[in-house]
Design a protein around this ligand. Structure first.
Ligand SMILES: Nc1nc2c(ncn2[C@@H]2O[C@H](COP(=O)(O)OP(=O)(O)OP(=O)(O)O)[C@@H](O)[C@H]2O)c(=O)[nH]1
Ligand SMILES: [Mg+2]
Length: 341
């Protein structure tokens, strides 16, 4: 089929997108360390921090120490302005390291200095390149914000900035982990990181491997360009339960988001040779039932060469309204700076 010039043109072309998972600051780097443990085939792992000692313990393929001159390798202690100055100083170097990838997951816990400053900075910078940045934020527990108005303001400002930038934004609120409160603490973060691992793996999988009804990186990018602020849902279910697949992907999500009526949706399904049109239909029908007739729907499907009892759903949902106050902070009285706005 690919004889002649087409075959020559295809030869030597790297067809799979290059992917990086980058931890920013302490919490982001710890998450990358966990993800490396869980396995990131096909993706490069990186950690960026202003804290040399923390960085030295992280298992990432590339470790970047930032702001050595300004911060002496000791972290920023919550000083976002100092981190931004350091980032500006190293702009060329850091962008040289990151813009060679096509899909860049950027992970940070909000509330500190390093991750909170680097995340919006890098999203803005990478948007100017061909790379698709996917910011992933961890929101601190409510109790941390209650006890610390400065940290709360830091979180609110950073999340508002990220929401204002639009595109795919994955918000993992620690408060959502309360449903696992009988588990030991380290296991709870393990559950969150395993969920994040599945989110990353699903998105990478749909852009990395061709489907029969194809969704690729270009179609994800074009969907996002038209969808404003977006999130991701994932799920797996037995082939006999297509309606439950959608319900559970929405209700089991550890991501913090509020869907508008009729969000846009890019829906991808993966199943085996026994995946019938009826199953596909029922999934799309349930999507409509739950989301309202989507404002815009893109649909893709991949059929594995063998029968499979499980159907896997990955969907990018767009048109989200920015929420200045999130689940983690929703039940707090307004802080002084917010009340003054
Ligand atoms: N260490 C850690 N922090 C988390 C985690 N999940 C959320 N966080 C929150 O992440 C926030 C930021 O903390 P760090 O990542 O240590 O801060 P940093 O980005 O390194 O910034 P500086 O140390 O101030 O330069 C804190 O408010 C934590 O509550 C996690 O799994 N591990
Ligand atoms: Mg730190």
């Amino acid at each position: 089929m690919f004889d002649g010039p087409t075959a020559d043109a295809l030869h030597g072309l790297s067809l799979a997108p290059s992917i990086a998972v980058v931890g920013l600051g302490g919490a982001g780097s710890e998450a990358v360390d966990d993800l490396v443990n869980l396995g990131l085939p096909g993706a490069r792992s990186l950690a960026v921090n202003t804290d040399a000692r923390h960085l030295s313990h992280v298992r990432a393929e590339e470790r970047i120490l930032l702001g050595q001159r300004e911060l002496g390798g000791r972290g920023s202690g919550g000083d976002r302005a100092a981190v931004l100055r350091a980032a500006e100083d190293s702009r060329e170097e850091i962008l040289r390291r990151l813009s060679r990838f096509e899909l860049v997951f950027l992970l940070a816990g909000l509330g500190g200095g390093t991750g909170s400053a680097l995340l919006p900075f890098l999203v803005k910078e990478l948007r100017k390149t061909e790379a698709l940045p996917v910011p992933v934020v961890f929101l601190p527990f409510r109790v941390e914000l209650e006890a610390n108005p400065g940290r709360r303001q830091n979180v609110e400002e950073t999340i508002a900035e990220l929401e204002g930038l639009g595109g795919l934004l994955l918000v993992l609120a620690n408060e959502k982990l309360r449903r696992f409160e009988s588990l030991p603490v380290h296991r709870v973060f393990g559950v969150r990181n395993a969920y994040l691992h599945a989110l990353i793996a699903n998105l990478v999988d749909i852009v990395d491997h061709p489907s029969q009804l194809n969704v690729d990186l270009a179609s994800v990018k074009s969907h996002l360009r038209q969808s404003g602020l977006s999130t991701l849902i994932i799920g797996e279910e037995h082939i006999s339960e297509p309606a439950r697949l959608v319900q559970r992907a929405l209700s089991d999500s550890l991501l913090d988001f509020e869907l508008p009526y009729r969000p846009s949706a890019l829906v991808h399904l993966e199943g085996g040779t026994n995946l019938t049109l009826r199953v596909l239909d029922e999934v799309l029908h349930t999507v409509r039932e739950h989301l309202g007739e989507p404002a815009r729907l893109t649909f893709g499907a991949r059929i594995r060469p063998e029968p499979c009892e499980v159907v896997r759903l990955t969907a990018v949902l767009g048109g989200l309204k920015p929420r200045t106050v999130h689940e983690a902070v929703a039940r707090l009285p307004p802080s002084a700076p917010l009340a003054a706005r």
